[in-house]
Design a protein around this ligand. Structure first.
Ligand code: AR6
Length: 169
């Protein structure tokens, strides 16, 4: 099966690419971003410095360095305000742009964290709906990407993502 919810730490996954829930500086931070930078080692930060930051909704690629994953796709999720400031479109763009990079690179397995649902405060139900719908639509007819993992770090995220995934296919 192509799409699965995986409960665990994204930094441990042996996939072609993991996606990072980054901020606009792309220089690291807390949450999953901090975990990815710690596991990848200091070379990741050096590589990120050369990217010159990114806008909300954008995604940029680096190697994975000490991670089991070959690549990291750094996507900048929106900070949630009230849902009326283009947050949904920006979140959708994170997933869309990450998939686009994966296709360009010929990546066959990719893992996503629940972008924006931690420190950035995006309501979990809505963010999960956007994540699953966007990724499913962009990969269902694609031959290159054959394994997509939606990574949940806690019970609630696991149950909401699993629910949304069941409903879509
Ligand atoms: N593996 C998988 N998921 C994780 C891990 C992990 N190791 N650690 C946390 N999560 P967050 P955001 C989950 O806050 O909301 C950073 O400072 C977490 O439980 O990491 O997009 C950046 O630099 C939640 O479900 O990202 C930005 O400034 C999900 O990952 C800001 O946080 C996203 O939570 C981005 O905030």
């Amino acid at each position: 099966m192509k799409w699965n919810v995986h409960r665990g730490d994204i930094t441990e996954l042996e996939v072609d690419a993991i996606v990072n829930a980054a901020n606009k500086s792309l220089l690291g931070g807390g949450g999953v971003d901090g975990a990815i930078h710690r596991a990848a080692g200091p070379e990741l930060k050096e590589a990120c410095r050369k990217l010159g930051g990114a806008e909300t909704g954008e995604a940029k690629l680096t190697e994975g360095f000490d991670l089991p994953a070959d690549y990291v796709i750094h996507a900048v999720g929106p900070v949630y305000r009230d849902g009326k400031h283009g947050e949904a479109e920006e979140l959708e763009n994170c997933y869309r742009n990450s998939i686009e990079i994966a296709k360009e690179k010929g990546i066959s397995s990719i893992a996503f964290p629940a972008i924006s649902t931690g420190i950035y405060g995006y309501p979990l139900e809505e963010a999960s709906e956007i994540a699953i719908r966007t990724v499913y639509e962009l990969t269902k007819d694609d031959d290159t990407i054959d394994n997509v993992l939606f990574v949940a770090f806690d019970d609630k995220t696991e149950s909401v993502l699993s629910d949304k995934l069941k409903k879509i296919h």
